[in-house]
Design a protein around this ligand. Structure first.
Ligand SMILES: C[S@@+](CC[C@H](N)C(=O)[O-])C[C@H]1O[C@@H](n2cnc3c(N)ncnc32)[C@H](O)[C@@H]1O
Ligand code: SF4
Length: 336
């Protein structure tokens, strides 16, 4: 890698955070996500391709680069342990996202042995019926509970587990309670809140008003209460929950705007999102959702400096990129 190429980038244009979707398949049937409709295809990234990409990425990534490895259900990917060990050896920080369904004691042990320490685990509610409803799977809540117990048993408290909850119609009122629970439970270290984005059951711009979103997006008359809850989370973040709530105050403020109208760009500075690397399970690479090419055909060390990349940076800066892509990228809302 020619290091002078890196000098042509502003600091925040260097890759600082990445999401790699290893597979587009799942063992849950969530109401807000359509990944479980996917099947295994020949295009799906192999572990070797993901490893080659990680090596190339490591040459242009900022120190401390967080590499979020996910799916579909991440732990349905065979041999993921090999990728985790490799990502760690490159000095990137692997974080695996999961619904928790497959974390038996044995799996927890093999993940620990691969060097994985950081997990994000979805939990939309402390009420089993609500979590199971959103995950479309009876017993989903109890699988999360088992996963937390198995990790704790194997890691002896040295695991970092961040619970992840999407702000939705049937759970928004209990989110402060979820944060208090995450702070108090020794198996867990934090909670991160996500804004609900288009579940992709419809391509309508006003997807949140579509009938397929009726159990997901809060009713119009509830929006003021949703905003009050987000304000309460901001207050908690500033008063004793600085580490327990992962979202920055800036991101939570962006949520306040987003929940008023999820089709409009938020007023935050979009420039930091130029360092956000996204890879889909077929190898498509984008900068904050702006397509650059495919990692199976072209090296990210070329794609990140291409003409397409300059165009992508311009569109992101002008806020012409999709708000749904950036709203849940917590790092873009941090100071750089
Ligand atoms: C796509 S999942 C992949 C990892 C794993 N299967 C899981 O559910 O945690 C990553 C995260 O995206 C969240 N998610 C799914 N659909 C979403 C939507 N429509 N809006 C916002 N977040 C969503 C999930 O709850 C999860 O926390
Ligand atoms: S949110 Fe996660 S668990 Fe649910 S269908 Fe999507 S990938 Fe699967």
């Amino acid at each position: 890698m020619n290091k002078t190429k890196l000098l042509t980038l502003k600091e925040y244009e260097q890759p600082f955070f990445g999401v790699m979707q290893l597979l587009h398949r799942c063992n849950a049937r969530c109401r807000m996500c359509n990944m479980w409709l996917g099947k295994e295809t020949p295009e799906e990234l192999t572990i070797d391709q993901a490893m080659t990409f990680s090596s190339q990425l490591a040459e242009i990534a900022r120190p401390g680069f967080e590499f979020n490895i996910l799916g579909g259900e991440t732990f349905m990917k065979n041999d993921i342990e090999r990728l985790i060990t490799h990502v760690n050896s490159l000095g990137l920080l692997p974080i695996c996202s999961t619904n928790g369904f497959l974390i038996t004691e044995e799996k927890a042990r093999s993940l620990r042995d691969s060097g994985l320490v950081h997990y994000t685990m979805s939990l939309d509610s402390l009420r089993p019926d609500v979590h199971d409803f959103y995950r479309g799977t009876r017993g989903a809540y109890s699988l999360v509970r088992s996963a937390l117990n198995n990790l704790d048993k194997v890691y002896h408290g040295k695991q970092f587990v961040c619970m992840v909850a999407i702000i939705m119609k049937n759970n928004f009122r209990e989110l402060p309670e979820l944060a208090r629970w995450a702070k108090a439970d020794p198996r867990v270290c934090s909670v991160s809140f996500l804004a609900l984005t288009n579940p992709c059951w419809t391509f309508e711009k006003e997807w949140h008003k579509h009938k397929s979103s009726q159990h997901l997006w809060p009713d119009d008359e509830d929006i003021p209460e949703v905003l009050d809850v987000i304000k309460e989370l901001i207050w908690m973040k500033q008063n004793g929950f600085a580490n327990a709530i992962v979202n920055s105050v800036e991101q939570l403020q962006a949520f306040l705007e987003y929940y008023k109208d999820p089709t409009k760009p938020v007023s935050h500075d979009y420039r930091p999102f130029k360092g956000y690397v996204m890879v889909k399970s077929n190898g498509d690479l984008s900068m904050s959702g702006e397509m650059l090419g495919n990692i199976k055909k072209t090296d990210i060390r070329d794609l990140w400096f291409s003409l397409d990349a300059s165009g992508a940076r311009h569109r992101i800066e002008q806020k012409n990129t999709n708000v749904e892509i950036i709203i849940n990228c917590k790092h873009g809302f941090e100071k750089y």
